[in-house]
Write a protein that binds this ligand. Structure first.
Ligand SMILES: [Fe+2]
Length: 459
């Protein structure tokens, strides 16, 4: 089965050519999969040489154009560990709810030609009310927004390095088209953060400030209050930190290292010290609960690799972070409630929400995970406490909702994009749409969801 759905004839021809080259490699015995490889960090910025980069490109391309991996690393046990029903801890006995907050998170916001006002007039119609209706709405902004430089979206067929930049109208689409209040916070630490250099990053942060949107993972003056904000809603204070596994081929001089947080989390023994300090800082500033927006992991594979997963577990151990919201693989991956042997506590890890407002030709990217979290703050009887009761803030509910992006493709390109609500339950999920190609594709991608994502939450 072809894992991509090209848009134009040129795209179809190019993809056919690439897929035939992979078939040829397969016949010659040079094949990747069906298991992800442990030693592939997929970071263009830390390739040893051109040959390493070329081989890594062939590996990534084989997952994207030829055969995505639906299996986990051979013998790792990751699939079994993740595809069990992870449920929130029960509330402390006698817990009295005093405050309640809802958090919605979307995945990656990425510029493509289809993210255009003409195509996206009705993008949010079906889900906007509900998605932007939460007390706090967050996502990952995977592009600079430097309006003094040319708009630069992702191409239809990826063959070379990409250097993104959005214009104002793309931001408006990302942000709900002006019909809702939009994003409260975006993560700005990802592999495209430096696509327009350090000036591009600064312009992005200035723009977000001018729009009253908070951000995590980068700062203009290396202030922890800026890169790790604390937002209060309904009497609950939520702290956010962020970091990326790579800046692609972007370069940060040593004296500016703290401007954008890079933790090589796709490589063994990642150094989390800076991010651990940020988590401590937001706690000191009164955060009741801390969420880390991480950008990393292996793309085009159903399960996170052991290196990334072990690193994230260690980050939970060292920092005590409550919730990890991760992205970059371009499609959803499972969720895990990690029970730390160090803290004795549970930590929620969402390995990938997938692409959100974007339109990549990779079919799994057309299904996005919408994270809904309900957080409660209150008190419970505690004989050891001075006043006979203690305070706690808990993740009471955590769900992933699949959202399909329907593309109507006619003539030379995408005519319209719309988020579609998914109805029904396991085995009978459907969307309201009359486009036959979209219906066929939806059946393919929802199968992936039901096999590899949904069982982690037992929904
Ligand atoms: Fe990314």
């Amino acid at each position: 089965m072809n894992p991509v759905r090209p848009i134009t004839w040129k795209g179809w021809l190019l993809v056919a050519l690439i897929r035939n080259l992979y078939r040829l490699l397969d016949l010659l015995g040079y094949r990747h999969g069906p298991y992800p490889e442990v030693n592939q960090h997929e970071d263009p910025g830390s390739m040893r040489n051109r040959w390493h980069e070329f081989r890594s490109g062939i590996y990534l391309g084989s997952k994207y154009y030829y055969q995505p991996f639906i299996l986990d690393e051979q013998g790792s046990g990751i699939r079994e560990a993740l595809l069990t029903h992870h449920t929130p801890d029960s509330l402390p006995e006698g817990f009295q709810v005093e405050h309640r907050v809802s958090l919605h998170a979307g995945g990656d916001l990425i510029p493509y030609r289809a993210i255009h006002p003409m195509c996206c007039k009705h993008l949010w119609d079906e889900i906007g009310d509900e998605f932007f209706g939460a007390d706090l709405v967050v996502a990952n902004l995977e592009s600079p927004s430097d309006f003094n430089r040319p708009y630069s979206p992702a191409p239809e067929v990826m063959l070379n390095d990409m250097w993104f930049n959005i214009d104002r109208s793309t931001w408006e689409i990302f942000n709900g088209g002006g019909r809702w209040r939009g994003m409260d916070l975006v993560s700005v630490a990802n592999n495209h953060s430096l696509d327009q250099g350090i000036e591009g990053l600064e312009s992005t942060l200035d723009f977000l400030r001018s729009r009253g949107v908070s951000y995590a993972g980068a700062s203009r003056f290396e202030l922890v209050e800026e890169s790790a904000p604390v937002l209060e809603r309904n009497g609950i204070r939520l702290g956010f930190v962020g970091a990326t596994f790579s800046l692609n081929k972007g370069f940060l001089p040593p004296e500016l290292k703290k401007r954008c947080h890079v933790v090589c989390m796709n490589e063994p023994d990642a150094d989390w010290s800076t991010l651990v300090q940020e988590v401590q800082s937001v706690r000191q500033r009164g955060a009741d609960l801390v969420a880390a927006m991480l950008h990393g992991g292996g793309a085009y594979q159903a399960f996170p690799g052991s290196v990334f997963r072990n690193n994230v577990h260690r980050f939970c151990d060292e920092s005590g972070v409550d919730l990890v919201i991760a992205g970059h693989p371009h499609h959803p991956q499972p969720v895990e409630k990690y029970q730390s042997k160090v803290s004795g506590r549970s930590h929620w890890i969402v390995y990938s929400l997938g692409d959100f407002v974007s339109y990549d030709i990779f079919k799994w990217s057309h299904l996005s995970a919408w994270l809904r979290v309900e957080i409660l703050k209150g008190t419970y009887p505690d004989q050891n406490a001075l006043l006979g009761k203690s305070q706690a803030t808990c993740i009471h509910r955590l769900e992933l909702t699949p959202v399909y992006v329907e593309a109507i493709i006619r003539g030379k390109g995408v005519e319209s994009l719309r988020f579609k609500k998914v109805h029904g339950t396991q085995g009978s999920r459907s969307i309201d749409c009359t486009d036959k190609t979209s219906q066929k594709e939806f059946k393919e991608v929802i199968k992936y969801w039901e096999l590899c994502v949904q069982p982690s939450l037992g929904q």
